[in-house]
Design a protein around this ligand. Structure first.
Ligand SMILES: C[S@@+](CC[C@H](N)C(=O)[O-])C[C@H]1O[C@@H](n2cnc3c(N)ncnc32)[C@H](O)[C@@H]1O
Length: 301
């Protein structure tokens, strides 16, 4: 164990993440977020982003992702942040280790606009792969806002297992007979009815609520990389913006939960976890990264 910093429910370790992972208890972490090595071949101040060809990179990741699954809580979530170089390989590896039914989404995060590309489409997004340990039991808090909106609870086309007849009061809803299927489970539908959020329009079910639909394209200004913005500067080369972590942590954890980042870098995950009252464990092989993280944590009020 190489503990670098420990204070107020926050631990930072300066070592290879595989070593640390092996020493952690199973089923203990509510959320793992890792902004992994993208395998760009770039050399940074304190680490080299080069794991060989994609197959070699996958072999490097395999024991680490296997350990991450072991330490994740039974209802925990994991987000793997990568880009076009490794995303398909990581998807296959994650499917193999977590199971295809534990894949929840592929999030496209816009990191920049109008970079200096020539004779190609400008790559403006990176990818966050979102999995859960148990697809039947996981935390997902909907975000709520001021205004109400109406969204359909069905889609067109008959889908096996999604055409059951349900009731809203006296009204019978038979989506299959209308060539449609349910987007939500019977239990979710009952919860929405109890919350007074269901409305029928022309016999079809809609949800009328103040839930903010969060899509899988994250392109708001607070999602952009800080180097493309003029209002912030970072002591670390490749920081992710706080907006990304703020959204993830609020949606899949509760205050007091344990968040982990095993590719800590400049410590964005640590800083946002602390701001949101979550416990945190982080790891980086680079002493510089650990130092930058600790100075940011100490700078928080
Ligand atoms: C892309 S950066 C993470 C940036 C971070 N998300 C932020 O917001 O600042 C990846 C980090 O992984 C670290 N790293 C590389 N190999 C590692 C290993 N085997 N164990 C732990 N950390 C490692 C690097 O030192 C680097 O700081």
């Amino acid at each position: 164990m190489s503990l670098y910093y420990s204070k107020d429910d926050i631990q930072i370790h300066n070592q290879d993440n595989l070593e640390l992972l092996k020493s952690l208890p199973e089923n203990s972490i509510n959320l793992i977020y890792c902004d992994i090595l993208y395998n760009t071949g770039k050399v940074f101040d304190d680490y080299s982003d080069d794991l060989g060809n994609p197959e070699e990179a996958m072999e490097w990741y395999r024991p680490r992702i296997t350990e991450m699954k072991r330490v994740l809580a039974e209802n925990g979530s994991i987000f793997i942040h990568c880009n076009w170089r490794m995303d398909s390989y990581m998807r296959i590896l994650m499917d193999e280790i977590f199971g295809t039914n534990c894949f929840r989404n592929r999030i496209y995060r816009q990191h920049s606009k109008e970079r200096g590309f020539f004779a190609n489409f400008d790559s403006q997004v990176d990818i966050i792969l979102y999995y859960v340990k148990d697809h039947k039991s996981f935390v997902f808090h909907e975000l709520r806002g001021e205004s109400k909106r109406i969204v359909p609870l069905f889609e067109n086309g008959v889908l096996e297992g999604r055409g059951d007849v349900r009731f809203f009061g006296e009204e019978k809803i038979d989506l299959k007979s209308m060539n449609k299927h349910w987007l939500i489970s019977p239990a979710q539908f009952e919860d929405m009815i109890k919350a007074g959020e269901v409305q029928l329009i022309n016999g079809l079910p809609y949800r009328f609520s103040n839930v903010i639909p969060v899509g899988n394209l994250w392109n708001e200004p607070e999602m952009l990389d800080t180097y493309t913005r003029t209002d912030t500067a970072d002591a670390y080369d490749t920081p992710k913006p706080e907006g990304v972590l703020d959204r993830i942590i609020r949606i899949v954890t509760d205050p007091g939960d344990l968040v982990a980042d095993f590719f800590l870098g400049g410590g964005t995950t640590a800083v946002v976890s602390k701001k949101l009252g979550r416990r945190f464990i982080g790891c980086d092989i680079s002493e510089k990264a650990c130092g930058v993280t600790v100075s940011k944590l100490e700078g928080l009020k």
